[in-house]
Ligand binder design. Structure first.
Ligand code: ZN
Length: 258
């Protein structure tokens, strides 16, 4: 999980942008002075006093650009979101009104996941969809993650239909994957461990997609995304077999062997 993105769950002071990962390189994005715009154009912001609002009820929107700090990259990310005000105690101990921001959209989206190279593209596509909407619409992000599980079951060779052609539920596919009833290349122990994580994602995804009875926050999405990331790291770990076999040969001969 890209830890830095977790800071976007909350409002932060306008002059304290979290260090966000660049979507193109390993560097961080910075907000250039004067590049983030929030103004008092709206009547609500102009007339908050006459409208009987408290100072901490002033709300609006912001938009701007973030730029990669790596001069060999200089990727630009467009950003927009909520502007507000919060009472807080400053370094001098005085309580003051601070301007704060909350990100709702970043384009291009910032990655949520750190994945092994071998994760199938169809799965990555759904995870990217989740990353694109997580701050604006967490419930849609959960739905994309749930679709990602369907694509993962495809990639693991778990049939989507039964023998008479009826569509199998995601739950049934996960059961088939866990028990090894479906043809798959993953070993039994890894399958069972990964299944626990994937089934937990499915239950949250079911609720987010079908019933909608529980409010879903970006924090919930990040937690669920972490389960998927761990499961994918189990299922698509780089194959170290050749290196391990050679290490054993070197140990056996107590010298470098080709
Ligand atoms: Zn960059």
């Amino acid at each position: 999980m890209k830890r830095q993105v977790a800071a976007l769950q909350q409002y932060f002071p306008v002059d304290k942008w979290p260090a966000l990962p660049c979507p193109k390189c390993d560097s961080t994005l910075t907000a250039l002075a004067g590049d983030i715009h929030f103004d008092r154009l709206s009547l609500r912001m102009q007339n908050w006093n006459a409208l009987g609002l408290d100072p901490d009820e002033i709300t609006g929107v912001f938009s701007g650009r973030l730029v990669c700090a790596n001069t060999a990259c200089l990727e630009v990310v467009a950003v927009l979101g909520d502007y507000g005000t919060n009472w807080d105690t400053g370094p001098t101990g005085r309580t003051d009104l601070y301007e704060v921001l909350k990100v709702r959209m970043l384009y291009p989206a910032l990655p949520l996941f750190e994945l092994p190279d071998d994760v199938p593209d169809a799965v990555v596509t759904e995870l990217d969809r989740a990353a694109a909407v997580v701050w604006a619409d967490p419930r849609s992000a959960i739905t994309a993650l749930r679709t990602g599980l369907e694509r993962l079951m495809d990639a693991q060779g778990v049939p989507a239909r039964n023998k008479v052609g009826r569509h199998l539920s995601l739950h049934q596919r996960l059961v088939d994957f866990r028990t090894g009833a479906a043809a798959g290349t993953t070993d039994a122990a890894t399958r069972v461990e990964a299944s626990d994580l994937l089934e937990a994602v499915k239950w949250v995804g079911n609720d987010g997609t079908h019933t909608g009875s529980t409010p879903i926050t970006a924090a919930d999405v990040l937690e669920i995304a972490e389960f998927i990331e761990i499961a994918l790291k189990m299922l698509y770990a780089p194959n170290n077999a050749a290196a391990l076999a050679r290490a054993k040969r070197i140990i056996a001969s107590k010298a470098l062997v080709r």
